[in-house]
Design a protein around this ligand. Sequence first.
Ligand code: NAP
Length: 241
Amino acid sequence: MSEQTIALVTGANKGIGYEIAAGLGALGWTVGVGARDQERRENAVAKLRAAGIDAFGVPLDVTDDASVAGAARLVEEHGGRLDVLVNNAGTTGNAPQMPTTVDVSTVRAAVETNVIGVIRVTNAMLPLLRRSASPRIVNMSSSVGSLTLQSAPGAEVGPISAAYSPSKTFLNAVTVQYARELRDTDILINAGCPGYCATDLNGFRGVRTPEQGAAIALRLATLPDDGPTGRFFDDAGEVAW
Ligand code: NAP
């Protein structure tokens, strides 16, 4: 089995995921670039390698069982195990998302990628993560998934949304349940919020850079063995659920 620390980042071809891959690679780690589109994946891998990073492409559509199973096989071939999984791939889904008028297919699509995709990928990678001495799972969530922040009087945490925000609330809830089941293992699993970053996801309206957004994932990916699990963080500290 490889001595090299090995990580997989989903949705790593652009935006925050790309910067997470770059940041983990800069630590000297081998990084699997999970991405569903061949050309975008190959371009990202080439760019990371040009920066001196030991990156390899992992064809991965988080909504597809066969694709995810193939990704697990590929990661196993590369290192025999997985040390860090960053579930970053995400979608806002189509607009509009007002609860009273939303098309239910919009809700279903957001949940399929942002929640079920995370469960599918995590469970496929768990056998490989269990072979690591210090396995870490990072779920890229959002403060818009915080029920506390969403329901605070006068709060304006993102637009009203029946799909994207609740999908991140659901992801947070799933993160807690994983932590409960895995609490007697070495696996630490946490949710991270990158802040409002300028990416395709929001038409580049975010005020932070994708690199700044990646910082919380890097922190949660490199937690010490006695670090937290089943919690939700951003750069400023703990986020209310
Ligand atoms: P982005 O630039 O749109 O990137 C999203 C990534 O997810 C892309 O690589 C995309 O691949 C991938 N993806 C989407 N569906 C996928 C699927 N079914 N299978 C595999 N990959 C898939 O967005 P981002 O802003 O970097 O977002 C990254 C994460 O941060 C998301 O989970 C998002 O919810 C979260 N987040 C972002 C912000 C923000 O302000 N940007 C704030 C809070 C949380 P394609 O290129 O193939 O579409």
